[in-house]
Design a protein around this ligand. Structure first.
Ligand SMILES: C[S@@+](CC[C@H](N)C(=O)[O-])C[C@H]1O[C@@H](n2cnc3c(N)ncnc32)[C@H](O)[C@@H]1O
Length: 729
């Protein structure tokens, strides 16, 4: 995986400079997507924030804001952020947050590692070579060599992109000049001889008490915050005599809680992750939405074609950066992105950039068997399917039935046809089915990486959450490991990811897995950017290989906070390993009945259908099934030139005679019947009733009284009641 040109030129972008973050918040972005149900605390007083170092002026002209409204998009299509404890990932509503992209723009990041896409499409380095679109000059290398669309199309696209690029460059030049002036001003203030900010004083210069600044004193709070950061940054020179670092840190914590509205518990947890200046940048970045990004669905189109079509519809966009060949960053749109014909036809999905990363790390191969353990609403499942080019077989599982319905919707819309959707607790794997080439565990988490999307995280997470969630994550990761076939010829990998930045949910979970499963190793994620995972944190020491894991922060990369770890399973799980649901007893030994066998095998007996009322899924609606079945049967008969009315009439008559009801019964050997929600594509079974999906044979079992004539039993999406896995190839 080579590095992109820009990456080579620039290296990984540095963390956001505090003054630039501030500027980013205050400036009106080029296009703002209207925020829904989320208000930024610090937006309530437009004038309150200047860079304000030592009372710096903070004077900046407000730029006109062009509002773009995203259409209401169903929860099924965009991962919701409402139940962050259940894990949140993708885009909800975002604004263009790439003001100041010279520091941290997505497009400044590394090269693509999605092999699928390398021959797919190519965008130029935007902004590298500005050409006036009016001149209709075609820029060489706008698209990759292997793209053979017509010249006319190419010129049109070039003109649009170049127009956008020119506009962005002009804006950037103005902003750079403003930022420079601001920095100089701040520097003048900072360099005043003997300037030691009195942040720990009880009174401000005019005798007012400042130690108990409240949220309404935002300007003063901000001034004190920036001053405190400066002191902590240069403690030797700027700290007042006799004051300790701890005093300044405590002051900073207090002010962060008041200024940004965090609970002290969470603010401290997050503050501890970074040096003071970086922490400030992190909290600031959480006030700014991340860029609107769409992922091209390469099962349906190419990124270049999609970009062309959307540009023609009035969408201003740019490739997300060299690190992904499928992402497009949207700056401005005249049309609702969730309701364009291309959206409805499944040519793209709204997906946060960071959500690409776990799938890129997983790197699923064609014809493999992949398990997505916590899959809803399917941003990553559909990405996996695209990388696999709809070959092989994906089991997309989620324990939340409502969310799983959204998953089905996305799978359907995006044309995924290699996936079985199921509704288990992932803790039940590998008993449900194991032997996967790769497993993705995009775990339910606290969502501390996506505070910009869901500000409620600031206050609604408690100590109990940080006990409960890591416990669940630890159990899930063992289940993920045990579901992988270590002897897979092509794989044997597990990717663990969260949209949280806390150590409890990331390094500690990974360390737990390393402790409990000696048969795994951390390996390179293959991702071209990201900070290394911690090998030490607050007195805890993790395995040195933890540096192979990757951390993502909004202030550093302008993506949601994220964590990605990739393991390779190198041997069978040992006999004495603790299973996902088992815990050692007080004497430290695992009870014999809970000891894992040398490898989990699917020994679940084939169960009879019809007893699914007690299942989590709540059973099937026979009437609804029947309706869909009959509709599908009629369509199939018509295609075969038969008269559905006559045929179905006969079937009904037969049913009345007690010989069958015309509804195929499918039995399932992999758990309870009701847990299979849908299967794509509907089974193509042979005369014997067997069907093959991704190397798994599913055998159809006829209910009593059913005819073996397969034509009589058309299978529709909603009619599949379960599957029998009779053999694995
Ligand atoms: C971070 S979200 C997954 C997002 C998804 N991977 C995507 O990209 O669209 C975490 C998911 O875990 C599911 N979940 C929570 N507990 C689970 C469990 N025990 N087993 C399976 N899924 C679970 C939640 O319902 C939620 O949909």
């Amino acid at each position: 995986m080579g590095q992109g040109r820009r990456m080579k030129k620039q290296g990984i972008p540095p963390p956001l400079d505090e003054s630039l973050v501030t500027r980013k918040r205050k400036d009106a972005p080029a296009a703002q997507v209207e925020e829904r149900g989320k208000k930024r605390r610090t937006d309530t007083k437009g004038s309150k924030k200047g860079p304000a170092v030592n009372g710096g002026s903070g004077k900046r002209k407000a730029k006109p804001v062009k509002k773009v409204t995203l259409p209401p998009v169903s929860d099924d299509e965009i991962e919701d952020v409402s139940d962050s404890a259940d894990g949140i990932n993708d885009l909800d509503v975002m604004e263009d947050g790439l003001e100041g992209v010279n520091v941290t723009g997505l497009d400044a990041l590394g090269s693509a590692s999605e092999s699928e896409d390398l021959d797919d499409d190519e965008f130029p380095d935007s902004g590298s070579d500005v050409v006036d679109s009016d001149t209709e000059v075609r820029k060489a290398g706008m698209w990759s060599e292997d793209e053979d669309d017509s010249d006319i199309e190419e010129k049109l696209t070039a003109a649009n992109i170049e127009g956008l690029s020119r506009k962005l460059d002009m804006r950037k030049a103005i902003e750079d000049a403003e930022a420079q002036a601001e920095l100089e001003e701040a520097a003048i203030q900072t360099n005043i001889a003997g300037d030691k900010p009195k942040v720990l004083e009880d009174e401000d210069g005019e005798g007012r008490p400042i130690s108990n600044l409240q949220a309404q004193d935002l300007q003063l709070l901000r001034t004190r915050l920036t001053d405190t950061v400066r002191v902590l940054d240069d403690f030797k020179n700027l700290a007042e005599d006799g004051r300790s670092r701890a005093e300044y840190t405590a002051q900073m914590l207090k002010d962060i809680c008041a200024y940004y509205g965090y609970s002290e518990f969470l603010a401290e947890k997050l503050l501890n992750l970074f040096p003071a200046r970086e922490a400030f940048a992190f909290f600031e970045a959480n006030e700014t939405p991340r860029p609107v990004v769409i992922r091209t669905n390469t099962l349906r189109t190419h990124r270049r074609e999609l970009a062309q079509t959307l540009i023609n519809r009035g969408v201003q966009l740019e490739p997300i950066g060299k690190w992904s060949k499928v992402g497009l960053q949207v700056f401005e749109s005249q049309v609702p992105l969730g309701a364009t014909p291309e959206y409805l036809a499944g040519h793209y999905i709204l997906q946060a950039a960071s959500s690409f990363l776990p799938v890129m790390a997983l790197a699923p191969q064609e014809n493999e068997r992949v398990l997505d353990m916590a899959a809803a609403p399917g941003g990553k499942t559909t990405h996996i399917a695209a990388l696999m080019k709809n070959t092989g077989c994906i089991f997309a599982n989620d324990s939340n039935k409502q969310r799983a319905k959204g998953l089905i919707g996305n799978i359907h819309r995006l044309g995924v046809r290699n996936t079985i959707v199921c509704n288990y607790s992932a803790l039940d794997f590998p008993k449900v089915i194991g032997g996967f080439d790769r497993v993705l565990l995009d775990a339910p988490c606290s969502g501390t990486g996506v505070i910009a999307k869901d500000a409620s995280v600031k206050t609604n997470k408690t100590e109990a959450d940080f006990m409960r969630l890591p416990h669940l994550q630890k159990q899930l990761i063992l289940a993920a490991i045990d579901s992988v076939d270590h002897s897979s010829k092509t794989g044997g990998y597990i990717v663990y990811s969260t949209c949280s930045v806390t150590v409890e949910e990331n390094e500690q979970v990974v360390q737990y897995a390393l402790n409990k499963r000696p048969n795994i190793r951390l390996v390179e994620t293959g991702l071209t950017f990201g900070k290394e995972g911690f090998t030490r944190f607050m007195g805890k020491i993790f395995h040195p290989s933890m540096k192979l894991t990757r951390r993502y922060y909004p202030h550093a990369f302008n993506v949601d906070g994220f964590f990605v770890a990739k393991f390779k399973k190198i041997a069978l799980t040992p006999l004495n390993a603790v299973g996902a649901n088992a815990a050692p007893s007080s004497n430290g030994k695992v009870p014999a009945e809970k000891q894992a066998p040398d490898e989990y095998v699917d020994k679940t007996p084939i169960t009879e259908d019809g007893d699914n009322e007690d299942s989590d899924f709540g059973g099937w609606d026979e009437e609804e099934d029947k309706k869909y079945m009959e509709r599908a049967q009629r369509a199939q008969m018509r295609r075969k030139g038969k008269n559905p009315r006559a045929m179905l009439g006969k079937a009904k008559a037969k049913a009345k005679e007690g010989q069958g009801n015309g509804v195929a019964k499918w039995l399932v050997s992999i758990g309870h019947p009701g847990h299979i929600l849908a299967q794509f594509p509907p089974l193509q079974h042979n005369a014997e009733g067997a069907a093959h999906v991704g190397g798994v044979t599913f055998t159809r079992v006829l209910a009593s009284g059913e005819s073996a004539d397969r034509d009589a039993f058309a299978i529709s999406l909603y009619s599949i009641r379960g599957l029998v896995r009779s053999a694995r190839h």
